[in-house]
Design a protein around this ligand. Sequence first.
Ligand code: ACO
Length: 320
Amino acid sequence: MRILGTGSALPSQTVTNDMLAGFLDTNDEWISTRTGIKTRHILSDETLVDLATRAAQNAIASAGITPEDLDFIICSNVANNYVTPALSTIIQGNIGSNCPCVDLNGACAGFIYALDIAESFLKTDRAKKILILCAEEPTKFCNWQERSTSILFGDGAGAVVLGAGDDLKAIRLTASSKKEVLYYQRKMEPTPFEHNNEMTMPLVMNGRDVFRMAVSSSCSDIDFVLKEANMQSDEIDFFLLHQANMRIIEAIRTHVHQPTKKFPSNIQRYGNTSSASIPILIDELSREGHLPEGSQLLLSAFGAGFVTGACILTWHTIQY
Ligand code: ACO
């Protein structure tokens, strides 16, 4: 694979920590020091479909292709208000494409899961151009009376267009069933035949367990892909990590003994946008000219499941 184009879109409404302190028992100091987050963007007048469409259109334009050129669309999304049809099919119609589409739920690691699936389609010549679109609205999973979860999230969409190339040097996906540490149950319609009606509830998170698992699994994934690519951590130019908590990023940075400048972040401005966080970061860095030709990027993410993914790829600059 090669990344040919990138795009992203964020809601227009910015919410500061002080705004949250207006209705939650919290404050800017607690949120900043425990998470690194200062502001997040939250859907208000727009919909997730609007964001996803914009991100997809930007990625397609920067790849210098038309929507008809796409052979496959993979949309990473944990949940949105359409249970069916798949979000990818709605976006396909909005952008004017006509290729097969699929949604996947790889939680916050969905972008890396999608990259691996796309790589196999490109490798086997099943597709020549693939759109990966990560569109997430985790602010709608939270109980907004609950300060320990609602402060963490923001909404957003990030996208890349992939074509053939040999830029992917190593990739690793993992999953280990641990529902209890992080879950969100949606309401389904009642039927006359169901006797054990399960309670639904907003996002439940054991923050400390997620923190510990995030650091240990990301460190082990990073060691794995470095070994697989036969590289040392100092050969990596940028570590683009899932933007969940600045302290998690810092713990991973300490593990690989690399300087802060190799860990660009935007969690300060966007909070945790789930699987959209890495493609949004890539889009911003690329558009601002911060990713030089030939840079070695290491991507790593973790999410509910518990799932993880990491990969190393060589970057080629994109003209916008
Ligand atoms: N404002 C003020 N105080 C708060 C807040 C808040 N928003 N939230 C919790 N507190 C309080 C708690 O009630 C607790 O008070 P107590 O000591 O009187 O009981 C105290 O702060 C400490 O709470 P902890 O939960 O122990 O705080 P911790 O340092 O663990 O930080 C946090 C919590 C930020 C959630 C951290 O555990 C974390 O980041 N974990 C990882 C979470 C994560 O990445 N989630 C992403 C989920 S989706 C995904 O990307 C995988």
